[in-house]
Design a protein around this ligand. Structure first.
Ligand code: ATP
Ligand code: MG
Length: 455
């Protein structure tokens, strides 16, 4: 009670009135900031030059400046300007205005896209919030100082003008980058209350960049973690996806757990991570995803979420089979349960849930190694993804390693070899469909996989 009162008084004084004292930025020259201009992609340069020639401010902002200061080639570029979206659009042939709440411009150059946003104003006393203090609308244009102050962390509030090669630093972000530290702009508790997703962002940036979270920025997280529950599920999904595809998903998940932030995030993820079998599978899936991202390969969100929720499906599937439900129907029903529960909190979009269901439903088909079933499966459009999923299950010891090996050989084999493989499978598989169905827990329990090795 008292704590709540103290917090609401704090909001009153630090929250909405925070940062009403604008400060002049530090201006760093090329020699001082040391950014290698050749790391700036051509389209980003073009956008800044064009807007400047037209008399506007234009700076590269956000993650790209952080990367440039760290000597890394940024994967995408955001530009901030004092031009309105209409003014920006008028200067480019291929530009579209997107967003309803806060409009941005996407300027396209071939397949590359530069996101251009107009400086935004700070939350003010009349900003609309929900009953927990979460800001619901912040769609007013503002000045550059305001734009810098409404950003989350100091390292994200740097502006780089590639034509003049100047860095504008309003909140000592360069110092924090050099000290490898994530520090919130303003009062951390008030900023988390405005937008609880910032807690996840702090963890994501720390894990991704290998930075520490400044103590004052970290301290309120433990007691404020529950505020995540008020965040709309679509927003949470976007943030989770960023986190999981950051190339540092394992580090992010470890850090989320360390900060007590994993509860209620992926609603069942905490439970899964608490079961050794589930934890092993999820961490293996995430480390494979990290490898792919780091190697510059794409990752499919459907596949990713299918791996995260597989154990939950498995538990339901086994329970239903144990009650005597038909194997395939049991799987189908278990999938319905899991997707139903997950979408309540985390609205996984329909196009992803369709992929997930397909991947899961294809799993028992790998067990059928008789007659024409394996050949039919070879012709399935989603075979590759389903097979990768199977290999992951084998590597985690949840499906028999022998099954994954058999399919690896079968896929690569010529027709004669395939016939031999089918014959071999027939001779070591006494279980007919009927017998298998009666076996509790299905095929491939823990024991089968204890000697599994990554395929
Ligand atoms: P990444 O490398 O992951 O893209 P990023 O810093 O560019 O990192 P984005 O989510 O693309 O992150 O956001 C771009 C910028 O917008 C951030 O650097 C930050 O300045 C600002 N920003 C984004 N989300 C928030 C938020 N919730 N609160 C305040 N500022 C934010
Ligand atoms: Mg970005």
């Amino acid at each position: 009670m008292i704590q709540r009162f103290v917090e609401s008084v704090k909001t009153l004084f630090t929250g909405k009135r925070r940062a009403s004292k604008p400060r002049a930025p530090k201006r760093l020259t090329a020699e001082q900031h040391g950014i290698d201009r050749s790391l700036v992609a051509h389209p980003a340069m073009r956008v800044c030059e064009t807007l400047q020639k037209a008399g506007y401010d234009a700076y590269i902002v956000g993650g790209a400046v952080r990367d440039l200061l760290l000597g890394v080639r940024p994967k995408d570029f955001d530009v901030a300007t004092n031009a309105t979206p209409e003014q920006v659009k008028a200067h480019f042939r291929r530009a579209i205005i997107i967003g309803r709440r806060f409009r941005l411009v996407h300027v396209m150059f071939g397949a590359e896209r530069i996101e251009v946003s107009t400086y935004r104003a700070l939350a003010s006393v009349d900003t609309v919030t929900d009953e927990h203090g979460r800001v619901l609308a912040d769609n007013v244009f503002g000045t550059q100082v305001e734009d810098a102050t409404r950003r989350d962390f100091t390292v994200n509030a740097l502006y780089y003008g590639p034509t003049h090669e100047v860095v504008l630093d309003f909140h000592d972000g360069v110092k924090d980058i050099r000290a490898r530290r994530i520090r919130m702009i303003g009062d951390p508790a008030a900023r988390y209350r405005e937008d609880p997703v910032r807690m996840l962002r702090a963890v994501r940036f720390a894990a991704k960049l290998g930075f520490a979270i400044d103590e004052a920025t970290r301290a309120p997280i433990a007691s404020m973690a529950d505020l995540i529950e008020n965040v709309p599920s679509a927003r949470l999904f976007d943030e989770m996806l960023k986190l999981l595809t950051s190339g540092h998903a394992v580090a992010c998940i470890m850090r989320l757990r360390a900060e007590g932030l994993h509860h209620g995030l992926l609603p069942l993820l905490d439970m899964i991570l608490e079961q050794p079998e589930g934890e092993r599978f999820v961490l293996l899936a995430l480390s494979r995803t990290d490898e792919r991202v780091q190697a510059g390969k794409t990752v499919s969100p459907g596949f990713l979420f299918a791996t995260l929720l597989w154990h939950e499906v498995l538990v339901g599937w086994r329970a239903r089979e144990a009650q005597g439900q038909h194997r395939i129907e049991a799987l189908d029903a278990a999938i319905d349960d899991v997707l139903g529960r997950q979408t309540e909190k985390l609205s996984i979009q329909r196009r992803y849930t369709a992929d997930m269901r397909e991947l899961w439903m294809l799993q028992p088909r790998f067990e059928r190694r008789q007659g024409s079933a394996p050949h039919r499966l070879l012709g399935h459009l989603r075979l590759r993804a389903a097979y990768d999923f199977l290999l992951l299950r084998c590597a985690a010891g949840e499906a028999p390693a022998e099954l994954g090996d058999w399919w690896t050989r079968f896929i690569d084999a010529n027709e004669d070899e395939r016939q031999q493989l089918l014959a071999a499978a027939r001779s070591d598989a006494p279980a007919s469909g009927r017998r298998r169905r009666r076996r509790r827990g299905g095929q491939g329990g823990h024991a089968a996989g204890s000697d599994a090795s990554p395929a």
